[in-house]
Design a protein around this ligand. Structure first.
Ligand code: ADE
Length: 226
């Protein structure tokens, strides 16, 4: 099963390389992830490829117009139907691992990136099925948020990570932070790796990791335990 993600943007160049490296590259090469970036300006009927205009009622900033957005959407929907049409916005629900898990099981997602002051509310009301924020801060547009979404979903698609259990041991998968990890050398300037990890006792190591996860979560993110 592959996950196909279309992204509509007025700055498509921002999304040129994030999916060309590392795990996302591998996911795409294996045919498990498809990412297609659509330039909103290809869908405007206005002069000079205009896609935004001043807000009615006045105020700062520009608003993406509904017409090019609908043109783009209807053109895309002519060949496929989307499981979710997602608008990236600081006023959406805050993205987390639970949402990532759920979305990674879908087949077709459409991400709409706002820019400037956002998009005409009528498009949100009529077409958007889910609104997602990646955190309580404001970005210049939804593109970097879309890249975050694609990356976090892509690595969860079964078969993308070599060792499938490796996503299961991520932070947040069980509402716990991941335990500390170490690699060679065993001793660097007297800073030693915890002995238990060198013991070869897998049961004990697993117990230690569980304990460390819990400790770390209590210390750094007690809210996750509530
Ligand atoms: N667009 C602007 N800020 C954003 C945020 N925090 N999350 C998602 N999309 C955004």
């Amino acid at each position: 099963m592959a996950l196909h993600i279309d992204i509509v943007s007025v700055v498509p160049d921002l999304l040129k390389s994030p999916f060309d490296h590392s795990i996302m590259k591998r996911a795409r090469e294996k045919g498990l992830l498809k990412v297609n970036v659509i330039n909103l300006r290809d869908y405007t009927n206005y002069a000079r490829l205009q896609v935004d205009d001043y807000p009615f009622g006045g105020g700062a900033g520009m608003v993406l117009m509904i017409e090019p957005l609908v043109n783009a959407l209807e053109s895309l929907q002519a060949t496929k139907s989307y499981d979710e049409i997602i608008y990236l916005s600081p006023d959406g629900e805050t993205f987390n691992q639970k949402t990532a898990n759920a979305l990674s099981l879908k087949n077709n997602l459409l991400l709409i990136c706002g820019h400037y002051k956002g998009i005409d509310q009528r498009f949100r009301d009529q077409f958007i099925t889910k609104e997602i924020s990646i955190g309580d801060y404001v970005l210049s547009g939804g593109e970097l948020a879309a890249a975050v979404l694609v990356d976090s979903l892509g690595r969860l698609i079964p078969g993308v990570l070599n060792d499938e259990s490796s996503a299961l041991s991520d932070s947040f998968q069980d509402n716990l932070l991941a335990p500390p990890v170490y690699t060679r050398p065993e001793n660097f300037r007297g800073w030693k790796v915890p002995e238990i990890l060198l013991s070869g006792n897998h049961k004990k190591i697993e117990e230690w990791r569980q304990e460390q996860s819990l400790e770390r979560t209590k210390e750094k993110r007690p809210d996750l335990l509530d």
